[in-house]
Design a protein around this ligand. Structure first.
Ligand SMILES: Cc1cc2nc3c(=O)[nH]c(=O)nc-3n(C[C@H](O)[C@H](O)[C@H](O)COP(=O)(O)OP(=O)(O)OC[C@H]3O[C@@H](n4cnc5c(N)ncnc54)[C@H](O)[C@@H]3O)c2cc1C
Length: 407
């Protein structure tokens, strides 16, 4: 029998007072601010056909509403609350950030997903900003007055990103950048990008060495065609760098070391994505379960058929297990422990769990699952995307296998 004096196991999933407060104020913020902006947009938001220009780009009213949500969220102290206080964040733990990311995702796929900083927001990489870079890039991005992007992927280098062809060559006091990036999130709307370019040949610097990160401003890069992924139309684009001349003041971090510096934050990115998957799965399971209780066929609620209930129960079991792995990862990161394998396991498992839950949700809703008026097909497409970005399924398994000594 448990007594008050029972020794602590050291493991706790207890909801902290801090999290209770953040959760209720986040809910209030979403209900008040996000819902108002969404209502103001009216059909421009609710009708997916009106959200985009002919090439897929988001229409200006939608871009403005998203930017407004981010600014208000930053003012309220939510947007980049995981960043350190010295940089203007709240310095919350990884466990709290994990909870926040998951909780916002559990509100569903609407405008609320912009409340917390994503790829367009400040990331720890930007904490390397020095001198004038702090005022010009870090601080306004923390306040969500500016938005950014992370430009690594190229037409011929995705998973194998160190094989990038983009070069930055020295010409007197300047760097001259040439190359093409693709699939760059927020590129059409960003104020600046963090562009990765090779500065020392692979033969001299090794596979991961010789890559430098540059801060490239909106008028210095050209946005090419949009890369309209099904489930993410209007958000990614090609970026052309054509003899872009930059001074040393645009180098972020240490020259030639950018790849190692970015790898240091890999686990955080995977945790954020996995949290989004777990929250998304919770949202879908709630909707599908309510529907299965209510919808009748053959004289009974469809949830009474095992063919239906087992799909939802399996989804519940997988998202439950994914959540536990997410907590464990966030906790390990807070403890300052190495979490490479944990982050790959979590990202791989959580995004696959979401994919299965999204598929089950569509199936349980029958024809209604396919309707544009419901968010389920969008969720399915989005779930598919999460299995490709921040390292594909296969790349996560490679990492896990390597940790097991198999490569
Ligand atoms: C919606 C979206 C947003 C994105 N946002 C950004 C962004 O903001 N910035 C950015 O830089 N990039 C971004 N990307 C690019 C993304 O990171 C890449 O698509 C991803 O890394 C995979 O690269 P790839 O598409 O070139 O596929 P490839 O690397 O060509 O892979 C193709 C297939 O081969 C498999 N494969 C490759 N290598 C191995 C291996 N060693 N072992 C086993 N299988 C392997 C892969 O798993 C995959 O199934 C985004 C992509 C999408 C779709």
């Amino acid at each position: 029998m448990a007594t008050q004096d029972a020794p602590s196991s050291g493991v706790s999933f207890e909801t902290t007072e801090e999290w209770r407060l953040i959760r209720s104020s986040l809910d209030e913020f979403i209900e008040r601010e996000v819902a108002t902006l969404s209502d103001d947009l009216g059909e421009t938001w609710s009708n997916p056909r009106l959200r985009h220009e002919a090439d897929g780009r988001l229409v200006p009213e939608v871009v403005e509403a998203i930017e407004e949500i981010r600014r208000r969220s930053a003012e309220a102290g939510f947007y980049a609350m995981n960043m350190p206080e010295e940089a203007g964040g709240e310095g919350v733990s990884n466990v709290t950030w994990y909870r926040a990311k998951k909780h916002v995702a559990s509100h569903g796929p609407g405008l609320s997903r912009h409340v917390l900083a994503g790829p367009e927001g400040p990331k720890p990489l930007l904490l390397q900003a020095e001198g004038e870079q702090v005022e010009r890039y870090l601080e306004p991005t923390m306040r969500a007055e500016k938005s950014a992007g992370f430009a690594q992927t190229e037409p011929a280098a995705g998973s194998d990103s160190p094989a990038m062809a983009t070069r930055a060559e020295r010409d007197g006091d300047e760097w001259v950048l040439n190359g093409t990036k693709q699939w760059i999130t927020n590129a059409p709307y960003a104020d600046f990008l963090q562009v990765f370019a090779r500065t020392t040949p692979r033969e001299e610097a090794g596979r991961y060495g010789g890559i430098t990160c540059f801060l490239v401003e909106r008028e210095e890069y050209e946005v090419g065609s949009l890369n309209n992924a099904v489930g993410s139309v209007g958000r990614q684009a090609e970026v052309h760098l054509d003899d872009v001349r930059l001074g040393d003041d645009r180098v972020l971090g240490t020259p030639d070391e950018a790849f190692y510096e970015a790898m240091g934050f890999l686990s955080l990115g995977r945790m954020e994505l996995g949290a989004e998957a777990v929250g998304g799965a919770e949202f879908l399971l709630d909707r599908a379960t309510a529907y299965a209780r209510d919808r009748e066929a053959f004289g009974r609620p469809i949830g009474a058929f095992q063919g239906v209930s087992h799909k939802l129960a399996a989804g519940r079991a997988k998202s439950y297990a994914a959540d536990a792995a997410g907590y464990r990862l966030a906790w390990k990161m807070d403890e300052g422990r190495e979490a490479i394998e944990d982050s790959s396991i979590f990202k791989w498992f959580a995004t696959r769990a979401l994919w299965e839950v999204a598929d089950a949700t569509v199936q349980v809703h029958g024809g209604n699952g396919l309707s544009e008026d419901n968010p389920f097909m969008d969720a399915l497409h989005h779930a598919r995307i999460l299995r490709i970005v921040e390292g594909t399924d296969e790349i996560q398994l490679n990492t896990i296998a390597k940790q097991m000594g198999l490569r």
